[in-house]
Design a protein around this ligand. Structure first.
Ligand code: PGA
Length: 251
């Protein structure tokens, strides 16, 4: 566990809308977020939306305190890759962020840790800030394999080197806590964040932020954020409700 002063890493609260939204619903949500963004009290706010809504994010969030991004990126720059979206396309809509290796993509789209690292690398090369997600399943946890699984998922990311690591964000999202209402306790989360921090320290990456994700809501955010190695949150369901998301940021 690192003893760096927490203020050296600005808190980041990022919404992951997943496959939710509509032009109408997004407009109301984004307007409420922009209006309430000052409640975040110095925390950075961001939202990651489905690809078709990136122009809407650009239109409604440009000049605000809220940055935006996408939920996936191709490893390829352009060409015959039907359905894929490249990092330069994300840059065309002024994305700052892109999620890489969310557990839903690992589980439902067969993304391996080496593919996630390749996506991370492609994003970094284009000046995007990747948010690389790692996390164990309940079966892994019950089998006492948490650190082993996290280490395996991290290995190709650590291989990108300190300069890359300092530019990206990691998100620890235990699969059993995502969308289940069952959050990791602050102590459970901190134990894994501390483990990840040690790995980063060994790789000489001192600036990497580590977000926690998995059923984060306003009621549990403050306790999570009080942990020394939790630098913010990646928020799914609760990011679709403006007041709840802003209350998380204010926690
Ligand atoms: P949740 O999702 O907050 O709805 O649990 C988090 C995530 O998958 O990023």
């Amino acid at each position: 566990m690192t003893q760096r002063p927490s203020q050296s890493r600005t808190r980041l609260v990022m919404g992951n809308w997943k496959m939710n939204g509509s032009l109408l619903a997004n407009a109301a949500l984004l307007q409420a977020l922009v209006a309430g963004a000052s409640r975040a009290r110095g925390a950075q706010l961001a939202v990651c939306a489905p690809f078709p809504y990136l122009p809407q994010l650009q239109e409604l969030l440009a000049g605000s305190l809220i940055s935006w991004g996408a939920q996936d990126v191709s490893v390829h720059e352009q060409g015959a890759y039907t359905g894929e979206v490249s990092g330069s396309m994300l840059r065309d809509f002024a994305c700052t962020w892109v999620l890489c290796g969310h557990s839903e993509r690992r589980a439902m789209h067969g993304e391996s840790s080496s593919l996630v690292a390749a996506k991370t690398s492609a994003a970094l090369a284009l000046g995007l800030a990747p948010v690389v997600c790692v996390g164990e399943t309940l079966a892994d946890r019950d089998a006492g394999r948490v650190e082993q699984v996290i280490a395996e998922q991290l290995e190709p990311i650590l291989g990108l080197g300190a300069a890359a690591l300092n530019k990206l964000v990691l998100a620890y999202e235990p699969v059993w806590a995502i969308g289940t209402g069952r959050t990791a306790s602050p102590e459970q989360a901190q134990a894994v964040h501390g483990f990840i921090r040690s790995a980063l320290t060994r790789s000489e990456a001192g600036q990497t932020r580590i977000l926690y994700g998995g059923s984060v809501k306003a009621a549990n955010a403050a306790a999570l954020f009080s942990q020394p190695d939790i630098d913010g949150a990646l928020v799914g369901g609760a990011s679709l409700v403006a007041d709840e998301f802003l209350n998380i940021a204010a926690a």
